[in-house]
Ligand binder design. Sequence first.
Ligand code: COA
Length: 153
Amino acid sequence: MALALRRAGPLDISKERASTMSEHIAVLPDKQPALRVMPMPADANQYGDIFGGWIMSQVDIAGATVAMVRARGRVATVAVDSFVFNQPVSVGDVVSFFAEVIASGRTSIKVNVEVFAERNPEQPFTVKVTEATLSYVAINQQGAKRELPSQKE
Ligand SMILES: CC(C)(COP(=O)(O)OP(=O)(O)OC[C@H]1O[C@@H](n2cnc3c(N)ncnc32)[C@H](O)[C@@H]1OP(=O)(O)O)[C@@H](O)C(=O)NCCC(=O)NCCS
C-alpha cells in the first residue's frame, strides 16, 4: 500500500507515537465518499475506541449505496466476503467510506469498501482503518432475487 503524508509539516505528537503512526498515514482517495460520518461516544467502549460492529454497519450501508445504483433498485446483503480492521477508530475521528463495485454476476454485485479516519483537527492527518468486500443480491419487492439490469440500458 502506498503511504504518503496528507499535508506537509510536522505532526504535534510524541516521537514514539509519530514513528508508529507514520507507517499508517494515508491520503484520502480523490473521489466522492459513499458515506462520511463522525462516530459518537455511544458508539465507543470505555476507552473511546469505536465498536467494530458500528464500523461494519456503516460499511454495509456504504456498500449498499453503490450496489443499489448498479441494481437500479433494492438489494440485500448476502455475504461479507472479507473484513479487515487495520487501525482503531476513535471518538472525534471523521470517518469516510469509499465504495466501488468490483464485480457483478447474474443477480449479485461485489463491492469493495475502504474506510479512512481523519484525526487530530488541529494538525489533521488521515489513516486507512478498514477494508472490506461484501456481496449484495438484487431483489424485488417480495424479497426474491432478480436479474441485474444490463449496464447498457
Ligand atoms: C439474498 C437472497 C435473496 C438470495 O437468494 P438465493 O435464492 O439464496 O440465491 P442464490 O443462492 O441463487 O444466490 C444468488 C446470488 O448470490 C450469490 N451468492 C449466494 N451466496 C453467496 C455467498 N455466500 N457469497 C457470495 N455470493 C453469494 C450467488 O452466487 C448468486 O449470484 P449470481 O446470480 O450473480 O451468480 C437470500 O439468500 C436472502 O434473502 N438472504 C437474506 C438477505 C438479508 O436479509 N440480508 C440482510 C442481512 S441480515
